[in-house]
Design a protein. Sequence first.
Length: 253
Amino acid sequence: MPNRTITLVGNGKMALAIAKGLCKTHAIEVIGRTMTALEQFESALQTPIKKTLYASADITHKTVILCVKPANLSEVAPLLKGKANVLYSVLAGTPLASLTLIPAEHYCRAMPNLAAEVGLSMTSLVGDHAISAQAISLFESIGTTLWLNNEKELDIATALAGSGPAYLALVAEALCDGAVREGLKRDDAMVLMRGLFSGFGSLIQNIHPAQLKDNVMSPGGTTAAGYGALEKGNVRHGCMEAIHAAHERAKKF
């Protein structure tokens, strides 16, 4: 049974992913603009929630997770009455100093990813050290956490773990397209890709990527041929540039 209440400000995709991960251990309140949107959120979550409109939103003594778009912070802040106990923000590129627009005893920036909805988020955290243990405990409800030293590191983490699912989705789709081009049925390619990612996710927990690659690549073999094609296509450079571009964007919100 839920033993605590978490208040989510915003009802977008990330808020829903977080709620899906937390609803087994917490009661959920969601603050949004319209009751229709909140009812749609509740339907997607398939769990009863407390639905609150901005017009009647009071965050006094609450644990709040801010999930609005970064550009909407200045608009939303005046609508929230009272002073929160803890304000967590998942707003990319929005520094702790900007969060003080919303009164709270403690502030923490968190960067989960969409895997939160299946309890497998990789969440980076930074903020008041006084609540670090509390923050880690909360976000471990939706996966793995890492407390970082400063906000610069969190922006880099956003580019890697926060945006990473989109990069891996591109790779997954491209690998399936390649198999289809060679003559494999699309459904079979999808089954193979999903099994590949599932097994790889477990292996990479304990093996360095370079060692894992060496374990698969035999001299003159099929993997070596494919790996050479990836290097020729500058895939390594492309991945590094993706992190750089995302980091630069995170700093400009």
